[in-house]
Ligand binder design. Structure first.
Ligand SMILES: [Zn+2]
Length: 260
C-alpha cells in the first residue's frame, strides 16, 4: 500500500479506536456514547479536545490526567494502536478482493473492531451486550451480500444459534445449570451468518478447545479456582478474529478437521 493510504488508514483506525474506548467504558453502564463529552473517569473533569487526540495526547500528558494528575489507563492508547494496526492490515489485504473491495474492507474493519470491544467488555463485566451483537449484523449482512452466500449464511445462522442452544438446554436438564449465556448463543448465531455452517461449527469446536486449554493452565497455576466463573465470550471472539483476519490459516485448520 502506498504511503498516503497507509497514513490515512492509521489515522482512521486510531480515531475509531478512540471512539470504541468510549463504547467500552460507557455501553455497559448504559450511558450516552455520542453526545456526552469525554471526562476523566477518576476526577470527572472534562477533557479538552487537545488532550483527547488518539495516542498522541496520552504521550504528551505522560499518561496522567491534566486536571488531577492521576494515571490514565494504558488500555486507551493500546486500544487505539490496536485499531490503527487493524485498519492498515485490513485495508492493505482486502484491496485486491473484488469490485466492492472497499465496502467489504470497511465492514470487516468494523466487525473486527466490535469483536475487540466485545472482548474487553466481557473480560471486565462478564457481559456480551445485545447492543454490540446487534451492531455486528449490518456489517455482516454487507459481507454476505457481496459474497452472495445467502444460503450458507442462513443455514449457518440457524445452526450457530440452534446448536449451542440445544447443548445449553441438555446441560440444564442434566445438571440444572446454565452453560452458555444468552449473549454467547446470539453471538454464535451471528458468526453462523458471517462464516457459514462449517465456519461456525469450527469456531464452536476451536473456542471450546482454546477455552479448556487456557482454563486448565490457569487452574494448574492457581490463578482461577475450580468453581470460579470464567467468561467464554473472549475465546469465541479471539477464534472469530483469527477466522476473519487470517482466512488462509483458518482454512488449513478447517481442512485438517473436516477433510471433505
Ligand atoms: Zn482526572
Amino acid at each position: 500500500m502506498e504511503f498516503t493510504a497507509t497514513l490515512l488508514s492509521l489515522v482512521w483506525g486510531a480515531l475509531i479506536g478512540s471512539f470504541m474506548n468510549v463504547v467500552v467504558l460507557r455501553l455497559p453502564r448504559s450511558e450516552d456514547i455520542v453526545f456526552e463529552r469525554s471526562g476523566c473517569p477518576k476526577c470527572k473533569g472534562k477533557i479538552s479536545w487537545y488532550d483527547n487526540i488518539p495516542i498522541f495526547s496520552f504521550a504528551f500528558l505522560l499518561g496522567k490526567c491534566r486536571n488531577c494528575q492521576q494515571k490514565i489507563s494504558w488500555q486507551y492508547p493500546l486500544f487505539e494502536i490496536w485499531h490503527a494496526l487493524l485498519a492498515v492490515y485490513i485495508f492493505s489485504s482486502w484491496i485486491t478482493f473484488s469490485n466492492s473491495q472497499w465496502l467489504e474492507a470497511i465492514s470487516a474493519f468494523f466487525i473486527a473492531s466490535i469483536f475487540s470491544a466485545h472482548i474487553l467488555i466481557d473480560l471486565r463485566h462478564q457481559l456480551l451486550l445485545d447492543k454490540l451483537n446487534l451492531a455486528l449484523v449490518p456489517f455482516v449482512l454487507v459481507i454476505v451480500a457481496i459474497n452472495e452466500s445467502w444460503f450458507d449464511a442462513g443455514v449457518g445462522a440457524v445452526i450457530g444459534f440452534g446448536f449451542p442452544l440445544l447443548i445449553t438446554w441438555i446441560f440444564y436438564l442434566l445438571r440444572g445449570q446454565i452453560g452458555l449465556g444468552g449473549g454467547d448463543i446470539k453471538l454464535f448465531g451471528i458468526l453462523g451468518l458471517l462464516f457459514g455452517v462449517k465456519g461456525v461449527l469450527i469456531n464452536l469446536f476451536s473456542s471450546c478447545m482454546l477455552g479448556s486449554l487456557i482454563t486448565i493452565v490457569l487452574m494448574i497455576s492457581g490463578r482461577v479456582k475450580r468453581d470460579q466463573y470464567i467468561p467464554f465470550g473472549p475465546y469465541i471472539l479471539i477464534t472469530a478474529l483469527i477466522q476473519l483476519l487470517f482466512p488462509d490459516i483458518f482454512a488449513q485448520w478447517q481442512n485438517f478437521l473436516i477433510p471433505y
